[in-house]
Design a protein around this ligand. Structure first.
Ligand code: CDP
Length: 321
């Protein structure tokens, strides 16, 4: 292990890796990297490398573990044996069990588990290379992987840590800052600014704690933007291709509308039905199910108009709610 640096912040206010005190490390995100998972994400953050796979919602076995009114979320954080300087012993440790628990709790308020009674949603977070902040890196990746799996959520979750070195608060600790710093405060936050995880090591005064939380929230806001951008790019690519064969166009468009149009902008039933209140008025020809044939076309027109106005790409609102 490297020795403790003499100074963490130089005379220009820059940290050992050249960052400002309120700057996060560069983050790159790849979505859908695992073909067998329902959703997946590979994320690099500074020197951290994490891979998250999401499976589900699927029926939970044994059945006695099922919850009758909601799905169960299982979250497993694991460090690969080769992810750190000193080999990590394979299998669960006190640390990984604790991180798994708090990370699961960070998602419980946003994942709409009530939609899937008796089901389980499994999140596997594998740390391939660790350089401080792995629990927050895994949460950031898990958030994307859950969205990639199409799990309904009230919004994304983003996480980062603030610490204290040389008596100053710094955002997103790197390894020396984490190992030798005076404090470490990881936080996870929803898109609405609600905090779903807080942990703390070390010492902070009350005033410092308040400042640290604000700094962390700002970091999380930046991460949320990166996450949204990654998802937009992925969905833009996907939807540019084709509507999947097994989904008919209207179902597909309805799914988009559900996420893309604010409730108060949702077209009234009457606006889209093509039906007239006047029974005598010509309602046009009917299809096999007795519905006027032009319903689908009108409905799609309305949706496309709304999407044009909003300049929203399909599926984006699951990330923007
Ligand atoms: O990674 P995170 O900051 O969420 O958790 P931590 O327990 O504060 O660990 C900080 C860093 O210490 C990790 O990111 C690893 O780089 C390192 N570490 C290690 O070298 N060996 C371990 N068994 C656990 C952590």
């Amino acid at each position: 292990m490297n020795d403790k640096p003499e100074k963490f912040i130089d005379e220009n206010g820059l940290r050992l890796d050249g960052r400002q005190i309120n700057e996060i490390r560069p983050m790159t995100i790849k979505i859908g990297v695992l073909s067998r998972a329902d959703g997946s994400c590979y994320l690099e953050w500074g020197n951290n490398k994490v891979l998250v796979a999401v499976y589900g919602p699927r029926e939970l076995h044994p059945r006695r573990l099922q919850k009758s009114d909601s799905a169960l979320i299982r979250y497993r954080y694991n460090m690969a044996a080769f992810s750190v300087e000193e080999r990590v012993r394979p299998g669960p440790s006190r640390r990984s069990i604790e991180i798994s628990k708090v990370s699961r709790e960070a998602f419980e308020p946003v994942v709409m588990t009530q939609l899937y009674p008796g089901a389980v949603i499994d999140v596997f977070a594998e740390v391939l290379q660790a350089d401080a902040g792995t629990r927050t890196a895994a949460i950031n990746a898990a958030s994307i992987a859950l969205a990639d799996a199409g799990i309904p959520m009230k919004g994304l979750v983003a996480a980062c840590a603030v610490g204290k070195v040389d008596d100053k608060l710094v955002l997103d600790l790197n390894k020396p800052e984490d190992n030798y710093g005076q404090a470490d405060l990881p936080i996870a936050m929803t898109q609405d600014g609600d905090i779903t995880l807080v942990q703390m090591d070390g010492d902070l005064s009350q005033e410092e704690f308040k400042q640290a939380v604000e700094m962390c929230k700002e970091g999380c806001r930046q991460i949320l933007e990166i996450q949204k951008e990654a998802l937009k790019n992925k969905f833009a690519d996907d939807t540019a291709v084709n509507i999947p064969d097994d989904i008919d166009e209207v179902t597909y468009v309805e799914a988009i509308v559900e996420f893309d149009i604010e409730e108060d902008e949702y077209p009234e039933e009457d606006d889209i039905s093509g039906e007239s209140e006047d029974e005598d008025e010509d309602t046009g020809s009917l299809d096999e199910e007795g519905e006027p044939e032009d319903i689908e076309e009108e409905f799609i027109d309305i949706v496309e108009e709304a999407a044009d106005e909003e300049e929203i790409t399909e599926g984006s609102d699951i990330r923007e709610q």
